[in-house]
Design a protein around this ligand. Structure first.
Ligand code: NAG
Ligand code: NAG
Length: 398
């Protein structure tokens, strides 16, 4: 019986090149933790289909880690699972970047990072060098006209995602931002074993209690795949590969009967990654009768709450963020928005993600903002006598 499905597209490199000597598991641990936290957060708002690009968030925040200090630095190192010295971190980040640029005739994979900084903001040359090192495009901009600025960023993202993401940012989001980091990821690949469209049929889809909750267009084929059970995760795992050389794949993890999706996600976030090798079959692969729904997810996620829940807090703290290596201006991260479009069909997969991380000037003086429910009192000052009192909790534009 089919229940909730979750996908994790994990980059696996061919064993013949030297990416295999680099351990990417810390990044995968960050990925699975962020997926668990994001699903928990989104589900509390009734949004049950979730698609994120944790690798993009990892790339941007590990670059910011290079410009951070104190508690901000320690939190980033821990939550992003970065190795404890800068050189090793740079090597890991560099390896991710070159892996994402590795050409493959069957698979289009494109990743691009850009940094937009306000002309008056002095970015430290050292930080620019780090950004450059990862192939970041650097732009100096006048962000005063947010409409124009949003158009510029959206054009950049649109070009880098073959038009899949047209509105990565809205002008309102850019207000007050001094520095913006943008990461774009585009992936397009055909299945090594495509599905025959004539076999696709509408079928029911169930929740973890076995109750039908709707229907999907279920694709079908019989093809050789890696398949295995993981009791540690509480799921059956199927791997479908892309392209002739099968360098990339999609894993589909379906929880065992009676295991809710949340439980499986928390297992993924907390258990060791042994399952990633255990589902692989040695020798020739069995022919599997495969039923996979055609699906499409368009999501726009505020990643700050799930990142905070995962232990990254200080960098979002207006009063205390420490990013002295980025600029002399005191900055903090005020926005982290990710857009993901993914479509899975008989032919393969097309996915695009854009991540926008915006930094604002920290307010060094005190700030007072009555932007939520508040009480008010009118009084005579020399006596302290209160004349009127009230609450404002139902906003209207007057
Ligand atoms: C892989 O090995 C080659 C030859 O030893 C070397 O030139 C290249 O820099 C290595 N690449 C990585 C990512 O380590
Ligand atoms: C901002 O730019 C847009 C597009 O170029 C333009 O139409 C608009 O008039 C500009 N707004 C201001 C306040 O300059």
């Amino acid at each position: 019986m089919w229940k909730v499905i979750v996908f994790v597209s994990i980059v696996t490199a061919a064993p013949t090149d030297n990416y295999s000597v680099i351990n990417f598991n810390p990044i995968n641990e960050f990925t699975l933790k962020l997926l668990d936290n994001t699903y928990a957060f989104q589900e509390s708002f009734g949004q049950k289909n979730v698609a994120i690009s944790p690798l993009s968030a990892w790339s941007i925040f590990s670059l910011l880690a290079e410009g951070s200090a104190g508690e901000t630095f320690h939190e980033l190192m821990k939550a992003l699972r970065l190795p404890n010295d800068l050189r090793a971190t740079q090597m890991l980040h560099g390896a991710v970047n070159s892996l994402l640029k590795s050409a493959n005739e069957d698979v289009t994979l494109y990743s691009q990072t850009a940094m937009f900084s306000e002309v008056s903001l002095m970015i430290h040359p050292e930080f620019c060098r780090s950004a450059n090192h990862y192939g970041t495009d650097i732009f100096n901009v006048d962000p005063s006209n947010t409409t124009e600025f949003a158009n510029f960023i959206n054009y950049y993202v649109c070009m880098s995602t073959e038009g899949k993401i047209r509105e990565a940012v809205r002008p309102e989001l850019l207000e007050d931002l001094k520095l913006i980091l943008v990461d774009v990821l585009y992936f397009k690949a055909s299945w090594a074993h495509p599905f025959d469209t004539t076999q696709t049929k509408e079928e029911a889809f169930y929740n973890s209690q076995g109750k039908s909750i709707g229907s999907v267009n279920m694709m079908y084929h019989k093809a050789p795949h890696n398949i295995g059970d993981s009791t540690q995760i509480g799921a059956q795992i199927l791997e479908m590969t892309y392209g002739k050389n099968e360098q990339y794949s999609m894993l589909i993890l379906v929880p065992f009967d009676g295991i809710p999706i949340q439980k499986m996600l928390s297992n993924l976030a907390t258990q060791p990654l042994d399952w990633m090798t255990e589902y692989k079959i040695s020798g020739s692969l069995p022919e599997i009768d495969c039923y996979i729904p055609r699906f499409k997810i368009s999501s726009r996620t505020d990643l700050i709450p799930p990142l905070q829940y995962g232990g990254i807090q200080r960098i979002f703290d207006r009063m205390n963020a420490e990013l002295p290596g980025v600029s002399d201006s005191p900055l903090f991260v005020s926005k982290t928005i990710q857009n993901v479009e993914i479509e899975v069909n008989e032919e393969g997969t097309v996915a695009a993600a854009s991540t926008i991380v915006g930094l604002e000037d920290r307010i060094l003086g005190q700030r007072f903002e009555a932007n939520k429910e508040f009480a008010f009192i009118v009084m005579e000052r020399s006596s302290g006598l209160m004349l009127l009192a009230g609450v404002y909790a139902d906003p209207h534009v007057v």
